[in-house]
Design a protein around this ligand. Structure first.
Ligand SMILES: *[C@@H]1O[C@H](CO)[C@@H](O)[C@H](O)[C@H]1NC(C)=O
Ligand SMILES: *[C@@H]1O[C@H](CO)[C@@H](O)[C@H](O)[C@H]1NC(C)=O
Ligand SMILES: *[C@@H]1O[C@H](CO)[C@@H](O)[C@H](O)[C@H]1NC(C)=O
Length: 448
């Protein structure tokens, strides 16, 4: 080995050690900052609203773990934090919301969980769902079948339904603004498309007494789409976080679902102990890292509850101001839907969706896949970009490996988490039409 080579190696090693130390330092600082903010938020909550009600998970983890392990993700209470390890956290407020809810039995508006609202946006579009007479349902965009269809003797029965579920910090626009317009005319005539804003995002309700678990999502979709539109069969298409919900939905209605298409599903095989899986999900999806900046932001928002609340206070609460500034700077009249959707949530809804649906839901995905595997009436098609930095391709490969009969994996070269759809919407739409059409004759799998 030449001296030059050796020097290069040494420099790289030094650089790595330095970066590692820096990362440790920054996150140690954030551990302290989060603890400090816990106290600050308690005081400010009390100042504004008389009582600190927003739940926080700074308390001692052993106690919490026993409480509501069924519905709440372990990643909420078992996140690594130096201070918690030393038993320092939780001096400001103990996490007692769930216990309270259990004692009261009903968890109603006054008895159960409530959160402080001063740090959330109260603009008309953000709170429209709380208006009187507004049914507590998700925002659903439905395409209507062309009138011609009704003149066909077979009527609407011949039509099929497709439900689209978006990912984290997104909304129904993710599908309506992209893939919807790329579907062929004949397809649009045959399929009725439903795109929902998931609970806690976009124009959908963001209830302060919900824990945003997988079960909540499935119930809301039943209440907002499946029941009111009396769907007796449907296809599912989901992206990222929506995939976890789609599999839960499919496992609940294995007889109604005709096909499941997952784009970049965050799948983690169940560990022996349940807690392992949700923590693995948290580490893989939002690992503690300083670079790139987006990944750093993601890890801070996912690991630090109170720091995250500060961010939401700055950006979500003041989203109208930021949107104005962005428009001024970019000289655009309209913002892209992806920019707008980024702030359409409350801290309570995003935080709990991240932990209870994404991390906690990961522990249940295997069970749902087994249900589907057993029912043998539906296939799961996965589409995943090989450059995906948000959800590693390894997730889909693992699912394919564990359920080879059930899962069909389509790896898209040179595509990342978003561009796998946005930069090839036409191909993607074609792919979907093919999947829907080929799931037409379930008799094949039933007979075999
Ligand atoms: C929580 O939401 C309910 C309605 O869902 C509302 O009546 C109540 O005022 C909210 N709590 C706070 C603190 O805003
Ligand atoms: C869906 O909702 C309907 C009524 O809204 C209810 O009867 C049905 O049991 C629900 N299905 C599931 C699987 O929860
Ligand atoms: C899936 O189903 C097939 C048969 O339908 C079975 O042989 C296989 O063991 C199942 N896989 C899992 C992981 O349960």
């Amino acid at each position: 080995m030449s001296a030059e080579n050796l020097a290069g190696k040494w420099t790289r090693k030094c650089g790595r050690t330095l970066l590692h130390s820096l990362t440790c330092l920054v996150f140690l600082f954030l551990d302290f900052l989060d603890a400090l903010l816990c106290v600050v938020f308690k005081l400010v909550d009390e100042f504004f609203e008389g009582e600190a009600r927003t739940p926080c998970y700074c308390g001692n983890d052993g106690e919490n773990k026993q409480m509501e392990s069924e519905t709440l993700s372990d990643s909420l209470c078992m996140r690594r934090n130096v201070l918690r390890k030393m038993g320092f956290l939780g001096f400001a407020r103990k996490w007692k919301m769930c216990r309270k809810k259990k004692d009261d039995g009903d968890g109603g508006v006054n008895g159960g969980l409530m959160v402080n609202r001063w740090s959330d946006c109260g603009c008309n579009s953000c709170v429209s769902w709380t208006k009187k007479g507004h049914a507590h349902k998700l925002h659903v965009v439905v395409t209507h079948l062309p009138l011609v269809r009704t003149e066909v003797p077979t009527g609407d029965e011949a039509a099929e339904n497709v439900i689209f579920l978006h990912g984290f910090l997104s909304s129904s626009s993710f599908w309506t603004e992209t893939v919807f317009s790329d579907l062929s005319e004949s397809c649009k005539g045959h399929y009725r498309l439903f795109a929902v804003d998931l609970l806690g995002f976009g124009r959908s309700p963001k209830p302060n007494d919900s824990m945003y678990t997988l079960l909540d999502h499935v119930e809301m979709i039943n209440k907002s789409v499946v029941s009111p539109f009396q769907l007796n069969s449907f296809h599912l298409v989901a992206h990222s976080m929506g995939c976890i919900i789609a599999l839960a939905l499919a496992a609940k209605y294995p007889n109604l679902v005709k096909s499941v298409t997952l784009v970049a599903p965050p799948y983690f095989p169940s560990a022996k102990d349940g807690a392992g899986t949700s923590l693995t999900a948290l580490n893989k999806l939002a690992g503690k890292t300083l670079w790139p900046p987006l990944a750093f932001g993601k890890s801070v928002m996912s690991w630090y509850e109170h720091v995250g609340r500060c961010f939401c206070f700055l950006f979500c609460r003041n989203h109208r101001m930021w949107e104005m500034i962005l428009k001024l700077f970019t000289l655009r009249r309209e913002l892209r839907f992806t920019e707008v959707d980024l702030t359409r949530h409350t801290h309570h809804s995003a935080w709990h969706n991240m932990h209870n649906t994404i991390c906690g839901g990961a522990t249940m995905t295997d069970e749902h896949l087994e249900t589907l595997n057993k029912s043998r009436s539906v296939k799961v098609s996965i589409i995943h970009g090989d450059q995906d930095m948000e959800v590693p391709l390894e997730c889909s490969k693992n699912m394919k490996m564990k359920f080879p009969e059930l899962v069909q994996l389509n790896i898209v070269p040179n595509a990342d988490h978003i561009s796998v759809i946005f930069h090839r919407a036409r191909d993607f739409a074609k792919n979907l039409e093919h999947i829907w059409a080929s799931s037409q004759n379930p008799s094949i799998s039933n007979l075999s």
